[in-house]
Design a protein around this ligand. Structure first.
Ligand code: NAP
Length: 283
């Protein structure tokens, strides 16, 4: 199977490539942004038609959620026009597209857990562009849309690394306690993303580590597991101003994974423990 990857140098891309290689998928092409910019359609067409992949994992995105509110043009260009370009190429080569999306396609005001079939209503500009990307991918014959949330992995900046850094600089921290969702460890997600193409799945999925928590509880768990003593205060979203709005309810239903006989990801606590080990090994 020939696999083309965008965003291979990013947080998720790093673990996806490791997982693919581990499982014997060695025929892949993962150009960096310097080698190939997805907003350049003519170059993209040339590279993708030459390579002729069976599957395109489309991970590349403008991911600076707050900055996106001020840099709308660039965010749109990468997340919407870039994804349209990927779809144009996928049609030429008849490739399956695996598009990674986000909980931010939802407003976060639902009483219950978000199902894959719930109508999106993006909470911020980044979420809006990711939603437009979904709409484009949905027009393809063979696609997967995988919505994820609260991502952490060794090859990127994320909440766990930020908490550990802040704890080394301060002895008191305030963390939002009224946003509920699920962390997603890129190593665990990579396993599922490869399972999905092996078993030729299609359609929309939600994939995160199991269990729901708040950022405050997540931070508390990180500090407890790391034996870090710090005064931790839970605060409300309204007390923590950000340029982009965040959803209060990011709970995503993973029932479709069971229905399609796909293995769920381990609990977020288990994932966090393993990530902290991975961080230690890296040092
Ligand atoms: N991180 C999260 O919490 C989260 C949550 C939900 C969904 N997602 C989605 O998950 C996917 C992977 O996220 P991630 O955390 O791995 O993101 P990431 O670390 O920011 O990686 C994104 C990659 O895309 C590349 N890229 C950006 N613009 C590009 C362009 N025009 N052409 C080619 N490559 C380009 C970036 O290169 P440079 O770094 O050199 O710019 C980077 O290597 C994204 O689609 C994101 O929307 C992420």
């Amino acid at each position: 199977m020939k696999i083309f990857i965008t965003g291979g140098a990013g947080q998720l891309g790093y673990d996806l490539i490791k997982e693919l290689t581990k499982r014997g998928f060695n025929d892949y092409l993962a150009p960096t942004i310097d080698e190939l910019d997805i907003t350049n359609l003519s170059e993209l067409k040339k590279v993708i038609t030459d390579y002729n992949p069976d599957v395109i994992y489309h991970l590349a995105a403008y991911t600076a959620v707050d900055k996106a509110e001020e840099n709308k043009e660039l965010c749109y260009k990468i997340n919407v026009s870039g994804t349209e370009n990927i779809c144009t190429c996928a049609k030429l080569t008849n490739s399956k597209v695996v598009y990674i999306s986000t909980d931010y396609v939802f407003q976060g005001n639902k009483d219950g857990i978000y199902d894959v079939l719930d109508e999106p209503n993006p909470v911020n500009y980044y979420g809006y562009t990711k939603y437009l990307g979904e709409e484009c991918v949905k027009k393809l014959k063979d696609y997967l849309i995988v919505r994820i949330s609260w991502v952490f992995g060794i090859n990127g900046n994320n909440f766990i690394k930020t908490m550990l850094r802040l704890a080394s600089e301060k002895d008191e921290l305030s963390v939002v306690s009224d946003q509920i969702g699920s962390p997603t460890y890129t190593k665990d997600l990579a396993r599922l993303l490869v399972d999905m193409i092996e078993t030729k799945k299609t359609g929309i999925y939600h994939a995160t580590n199991e269990g729901y928590t708040s950022w405050y509880e997540f931070a508390k768990y990180i500090f407890d597991e790391s034996n870090i003593k710090i005064k931790l205060n839970g605060i409300k979203t309204s007390e923590y101003k950000t340029l982009a709005k965040r959803p209060l309810n990011s709970r995503l239903s993973k029932d479709k994974l069971d229905e399609e006989n796909l293995l769920r990801l381990p609990s977020w606590q288990d994932a966090t423990k393993r990530f902290l080990e991975e961080l230690k090994e890296e040092k």
